[in-house]
Structures are given as C-alpha cells and as structure tokens.
Design a protein around this ligand. Structure first.
Ligand code: SF4
Ligand code: SF4
Length: 255
C-alpha cells in the first residue's frame, strides 16, 4: 500500500466540482505556475508555513504552535485513512457530489492516488481529479467519474515561461483523455497581463466531444499570503476586472 503526502483535506467544498464535495489536496507538483493559489502544494516535502504576526511569544515551539504562527503542511496518510476521512461526508454528497483529488498534481503520487480511488469506489463514492494533465494514466482516468483539467496558455513558449513546462504534452493528453470517454471539465485561470490565447484554447477544446464544459476562472489572490509564509517570491498578479471577465465570457461554454 502506497502512502500519500497530503497537504489538507477540505470538507464541504463547493468549488472543486459539481455538488457537495470533499477535496483531498495532494502535495507535490511538477509545474510551478507563477500565480499558483496553492503554493504549499508545489513541493513534495512537508513544509512549515510561518505567520510571525500571529506569534504570541509563548516559547513552546517544540510542542507545536497553537497560535497558528507556524503551521505544518504535509502529512503521510494511507489510502484507507484518506477514504475513511472522505466517507465522513458521504451522507451529504447527493446525486452529484463526491471526492475530488486535487493538489498540487495528484497524478504525481499515482500509486497512492490509484489506491485512494479504489478505496473510495468500494464505499460507493464518486471520484474526480483536478489535474494539470501533465501526466496521462489510462488506468487511473478510466476509474474516474470526472476529470477537471487546466489548459492555462495556448502558446507553448509562454506556457513554459509562466508554468515551468511547455504545453505540447498537456494538449496531447487532452486528446487522449477525450478518447477514453470520461467527461472532462476544462478550465483556464484568467491572469491579467499574460497572453493566454483563450480564443484558441476554446476553439481547440470544442473539437473534443467529451469536454463538456469550458470554464474561465478569475485569478484568485489566495496564494499571496501563503507564498509569504513559505518565504517564496511574491506573485505580481491582480484580480481581473468584471469587464474583462465579461469580454471573455463568449469563449466559455457548456454542452
Ligand atoms: S509556539 Fe507559536 S506562538 Fe509560541 S513562540 Fe512558537 S511560534 Fe510563537
Ligand atoms: S499546476 Fe496547479 S498546483 Fe501545480 S503549480 Fe500550477 S497552479 Fe499550482
């Protein structure tokens, strides 16, 4: 049995897929998006987030900080432990909800992810992933009820500049997942100031019949304080205006 390194398990989530969901955030991602809203999920190793403004100077750091000034992120859990935590919310999932394995990049811990899906399926829980699609894993994708995948930037050199990797493999993997027949929700985080090629992304996705929906998600500044707490370089991005999102709305679709 493969353990997973988990950053967090969020209950009662309504942002990570349809219905009421539990989201399991796996630690570790091979991308390094300049606007990442979960920067604590980029490293595969456990890390401490530091919020010095919350320190009350009690001097008991060795016992763990109860003031929230030092927060450990990254815990090893077995797939059975993860499934048991997820199952606590099963009564609320209704006909659409379930578990979303997110991150980070959940497929980077593929054996643990695969076992988590098996454990949750045994309990009758619907399973989705949120992925960058940097990996293609037919065995895992075939077990899923839903894949939520990002296509962040159309031009590969620009993609590499902002995420650390080119996008040819991601585009290829969109085509491969499409051919499996699993429903896909595609998404682009909208980052003002970055030439993302959203019209081209939308036109490409429309050629893939299993991409049921294309969503445009405004950049969220959630990562800024976490970057500071991790001593990472600041991100320079800002939230898109309502007018800019309105202009782009024509490229999003549901079918
Ligand atoms: S335990 Fe937390 S509040 Fe106490 S000294 Fe350490 S960091 Fe500060
Ligand atoms: S793919 Fe997601 S988790 Fe990975 S760096 Fe980009 S935004 Fe962060």
């Amino acid at each position: 049995m493969a353990d997973a390194v988990v950053a967090d398990i969020q209950r009662a989530s309504t942002h990570d897929g349809p219905g009421f969901r539990t989201t399991v955030f796996f630690k570790g991602c091979p991308l390094s998006c300049a606007w990442c809203h979960n920067p604590e999920c980029i490293s595969f190793e456990p890390q401490i987030l530091e919020y010095p403004e919350k320190c009350i100077g009690c001097g008991k750091c060795a016992d763990g900080c109860f003031a929230g000034a030092k927060v450990l992120c990254g815990k090893r859990m077995t797939p059975a432990e993860i499934a048991a935590e997820v199952a606590r919310d099963k009564a609320y999932y209704g006909k659409d909800g379930g578990v979303t394995f997110s991150g980070g990049e959940p497929l980077a811990q593929r054996d643990a992810l695969s076992e988590c899906i098996d454990e949750c399926k045994k309990l009758g829980i619907r399973c989705a992933v949120e992925t960058s699609l940097i990996y293609y894993d037919e065995e895992i994708f075939k077990k899923l009820d839903l894949v939520m995948a990002d296509l962040k930037i159309w031009d590969s050199a620009t993609h590499k500049k902002y995420t650390g990797v080119p996008n040819e493999r991601i585009i290829e993997n969109f085509k491969k997942v499409n051919s499996l027949g699993v429903p896909v929700i595609a998404r682009t985080p909208v980052i003002p100031g970055v030439e993302q090629g959203i019209p081209q992304i939308s036109a490409f996705l429309k050629t893939l019949e299993n991409v049921k929906c294309y969503e445009l998600l405004p950049y969220h500044p959630l990562g800024k304080s976490k970057r500071q707490a991790l001593n990472m370089a600041e991100d320079e991005f800002s939230v898109p205006s309502a007018e800019f999102m309105e202009e782009l709305k024509q490229y999003a679709y549901i079918r």
